[in-house]
Design a protein around this ligand. Sequence first.
Ligand code: SF4
Length: 342
Amino acid sequence: MRTSPRRRVTSNERANPVDPPQFLHGKRYRPLSQHYRERFGTKVFKVSVSAAETCPNREGLGGMRVCVFCDEWGSAAYHQHRDLPLREQIRVNREAIRRRYRAERFLVYFQAYTNTFGRIRILQQLYEQALAEEDVLGVVVGTRPDCLPRAVLRTMEAFAREHYLSVELGVQTLDDTQLQFLARGHDSACSLAAIRKLKALPDVNLCVHLMFGLPGETDAQLRKTAELLSERGVDGVKLHNLHVLQNTPLEQLYRQGEFAPVGLEEYSRKVAVFLEYLAPGIAIHRLAAVASRWDELVAPEWTREKMRSTQFIEDHLAAANTWQGRLWPPALSKQHTQQGGI
Ligand code: SF4
């Protein structure tokens, strides 16, 4: 792996930190809501649906059975509606969000399992069905780095020329040992290739999912990941703490004492390290994981409450007087030519 040149932070900068830049609008990071406001001129909410039924791991491809953290619902937020036709799922979930947040505009989020695996021929149809629903402005597609064949990219490209399309790519980590621990069934080179392919589609918005709190994780790794994603021009990142759900391989490791989830304080510190080296224009979709099914959460307890962890991380950023992009080196970013994983 070639290492990236990095701007040296002067002792003066460390001793006399300035305030967050104005374009963060009083925040210490760029929340997704800001990206939506700029793109659509209004608040927009995601309506999660389940259209996919499986993924390469569950089909036993690559010798994997399931990612170490994944429960039987494949990360679906509203698994209880997953057998309804797509239109019904959109309506039921959209109206619940509309009531709860007084929301008026929506994106349909194809969230559960791998949405570009196995049903490639009907993708366009699904996107159009979603778009035909009332107050829906576009789609969000969750997938894996190894499930982006040309036909999928062509479909996405064509749709994105006319409508908003965002891809949420499950990268999790760019460390190959950690990817093996997670049993993802692909390596970091595959993730970097997927990022390259998606960034070659100028109208597609790309959000990368990452997990912190993995065995062997270092601050240097977090910094390099932030720099690399900034250089590659990703549009957003969604951050999760690796947490333990019932009936997952990770639960077994946890009960055997082979995995311990990171505490909120340490997680907040890791998020701060990452954000400091992340380009300030990248939207932060989420600062920490939220257990959608509380009864399935094993550990850590703090993952139960979204508002508490978000507030804690924001307070940590304020106490450290730091913010997204504080140490990001734009002048040097174009010189970086890193090819391998981290
Ligand atoms: S996380 Fe995604 S790829 Fe991994 S087992 Fe679950 S559904 Fe499959």
